[in-house]
Design a protein around this ligand. Structure first.
Ligand code: ATP
Ligand code: MN
Length: 464
C-alpha cells in the first residue's frame, strides 16, 4: 500500500483508492455510530478527515488515547466525501497509535494561541497551523532562490561564517573566541589575541559581500545564501541578531543591471510562493493581522514596474509632503523607517528603488558618482515594510577606492586583498543583499520578524 501526504490529497494529485497516512491528531470526535479524526501530517494547512466505524478492530481500547497531538498511522480508503467543504475523506480500515500526547500537559490544545505564547515554545511551535504554513513557505522560497540563480547561470558560493577580516563595516560584530573569559591574557593592557584560537581576533560575519566580490571577479556571476550576524541592540520587529541573507554579486554589471536583477528576483520569488503555496497564502489571508488585499497587492507587485527615484528627489518629496516626521528631513541624512514608509506606502504606492545616496551615509565600497558627492547605492523599499534590499555598484577604480578608505579612516592594511581585486583585471561590478526574513514577512504578512525564522535570536534571547 502506498503512503501519501495530505498535501498531495489537497492538491488533487491523488485519486481515490487504498493508502497509508501518518500524522498527528488535531481533534478526535466520537459518537455512537461514527468517529472523526482531523489529521495533520505537517504538509498542508487543511487536515484530512478520517472516518472511523466504532466497531473497527481495537478502536474502543485505543480511543481514549487518541488525543490532540498523538501520532497515528492509518490504512484505509481515500473516498469522495459527502460532507461540505472537503472533497475527500479517509475511511479507516486499520488504526495504530504510534505515540501518545498526554492530554493534560500537551500545550497545543486546539486553537487560539497567541503568537507571543507560541514564541515561548519553539519546540512545538512548528506544529501549529500558522507556523507550519510559515515554515513551508520559507522552504519553498529557499528552493526558489537557488532555482532563480541556477537558471540564470549564477554560481552558489559559500562564504565563511567566521571571519578575521573585519572589513565589512555593516554593523557590530559578535566575537568568536576560546579565551578563558575569567582570565583573559593581556599584553600592555590589551587583550593578547595571539593566544586565541585563530591567533587573531575573529568574529561572526555581518555580510558575505566582500568575499562574494572575490568570486564574482573569478566566476563572473555568483550568489551567497547563508546566515549573517549583527550584534546591534535593535529590539524591533524587523531586526534579528542572526538572519539569512541572499547576496548576488555580478561582474560586468552596472547599477541599472543591478536594479533590473533585484526587481526580477523579488517578482520571481513572490510569484513562486503564490503558485506553490496557494493553501498557505489563503490561510494567511484569513488571519486578522493580514490586510484583506494582501494577495492582490503581491500580484500587483509581480505585474508592476518598480519606480526608481534619486535620493535627492526623495528628499524633495519628503520636504513637500507636509508630514511631521520624528527625524527632520534634510539632504545628507539617512532615510529612517518613517521616511521610507511615506515614500513607498503613500507617495509611490508600490515598490521602489531609492538610488544615488550621499556618500557620507553609505559604505566605502560604493562607486562614487561624477558629482563627487553621491554614490551608486540602491535600496529597494516595499509598502508596509520599508527597506528589503540594500545594494550598489561597487567602486572598481583602485585609486578612488583607496582614497575612500583613507577618507573614512578605515584600517588600510586590512584591505590589501580587496584593493588587489582592483589591480588585476578590475571590472565594473555590482550586487545587493536581500534579507530573507524581511522577504518572508513581506510575502506572508507576518508582522514580527521573530515569527518567520525557526529559532529567533535577538537581544536578550538565544534559547533552543
Ligand atoms: P536596516 O537599516 O533596516 O537596519 P541595513 O541598512 O543595516 O538595514 P544592510 O546592511 O544593507 O541593511 O543589509 C542588507 C539587507 O539585510 C537589508 O536590506 C535587510 O533586508 C536585511 N537586514 C539588515 N539587518 C537586518 C537584521 N538585523 N535582521 C534582519 N534582516 C536584516
Ligand atoms: Mn541595520
Amino acid at each position: 500500500m502506498q503512503k501519501i501526504s495530505i498535501r498531495q490529497v489537497n492538491q488533487d494529485k491523488i485519486s481515490v483508492g487504498s493508502y497509508i497516512v501518518e500524522g498527528w491528531v488535531r481533534t478526535h470526535r466520537q459518537s455512537k455510530n461514527v468517529s472523526f479524526i482531523d489529521l495533520s501530517d505537517g504538509t498542508a494547512v487543511k487536515g484530512l478527515q478520517l472516518v472511523i466505524n466504532p466497531t473497527l478492530e481495537g478502536y474502543q481500547e485505543l480511543a481514549p488515547r487518541i488525543t490532540t497531538g498523538a501520532a497515528i498511522r492509518v490504512e484505509g480508503q481515500l473516498a469522495a466525501s459527502p460532507a461540505k467543504g472537503q472533497k475527500f475523506e479517509f475511511q479507516v480500515t486499520k488504526l495504530e497509535l504510534v505515540g501518545e500526547a498526554d492530554a493534560e500537559s500537551y500545550p497545543l490544545q486546539k486553537k487560539g494561541h497567541t503568537l507571543e505564547f507560541l514564541r515561548e515554545i519553539l519546540h512545538l511551535r512548528p506544529r501549529s497551523n500558522t507556523f507550519g504554513a510559515v515554515f513551508r513557505v520559507r522552504s519553498e522560497a529557499s528552493m526558489a532562490i537557488n532555482k532563480f540563480f541556477y537558471d540564470r547561470g549564477f554560481y552558489y558560493v559559500h562564504t565563511p561564517i567566521i571571519t578575521s577580516s573585519d572589513c565589512e563595516g555593516a554593523g557590530a560584530m559578535f566575537r568568536v573566541t576560546t579565551l578563558d573569559l575569567a582570565n583573559v591574557p593581556k599584553t600592555a593592557g590589551k587583550v593578547d589575541f595571539s593566544q586565541d584560537f585563530f591567533k587573531a581576533e575573529a568574529s561572526l560575519t555581518v555580510s558575505g559581500q566582500l568575499e562574494g566580490e572575490i568570486f564574482a571577479t573569478a566566476l563572473n556571476k555568483i550568489y551567497t545564501f547563508g546566515p549573517t550576524f549583527r550584534a546591534e541592540n535593535s529590539n524591533t520587529t524587523r531586526h534579528l541578531s542572526e538572519f539569512w541573507m541572499i547576496e548576488p554579486e555580478m561582474a560586468f554589471y552596472n547599477l541599472q543591471d543591478n536594479m533590473q536583477l533585484a526587481q526580477d528576483f523579488i517578482k520571481y520569488l513572490i510569484k513562486w510562493v503564490l503558485d506553490t503555496c496557494q493553501e498557505e497564502m489563503q490561510f494567511f489571508l484569513e488571519r486578522e493581522w493580514v490586510a484583506k488585499d494582501h494577495v492582490q497587492n503581491l500580484e500587483h507587485v509581480v505585474n508592476s514596474q518598480f519606480t526608481a527615484m534619486d535620493y535627492t528627489e526623495a528628499i524633495k518629496v519628503l520636504e513637500k509632503s507636509g508630514k511631521k516626521f520624528e527625524f527632520p528631513v534634510h539632504w545628507g541624512m539617512d532615510l529612517q523607517s518613517e521616511h521610507e514608509r511615506y515614500l513607498t506606502d503613500e507617495y509611490v504606492k508600490g515598490p521602489m528603488f531609492v538610488v544615488n545616496y550621499p556618500k557620507d551615509i553609505k559604505a566605502f565600497y560604493m562607486k562614487v558618482n561624477d558629482d563627487g558627492k553621491t554614490v551608486r547605492a540602491m535600496d529597494t523599499l516595499v509598502p508596509r515594510l520599508g527597506e528589503i534590499i540594500g545594494g550598489s555598484q561597487r567602486e572598481e577604480r583602485h585609486d578612488v577606492l583607496l582614497e575612500r578608505i583613507r577618507e573614512m579612516k578605515l584600517p588600510e592594511e586590512n584591505y590589501w586583498w580587496y584593493l588587489q581585486l582592483r589591480k588585476f583585471g578590475t571590472v565594473p561590478h555590482a550586487g545587493f543583499g536581500l534579507g530573507f526574513e524581511r522577504f518572508l514577512m513581506y510575502v506572508t504578512g507576518m508582522q514580527n520578524i521573530r515569527d518567520v525564522i525557526p529559532f529567533p535570536r535577538y537581544p536578550g534571547y538565544s534559547k533552543f
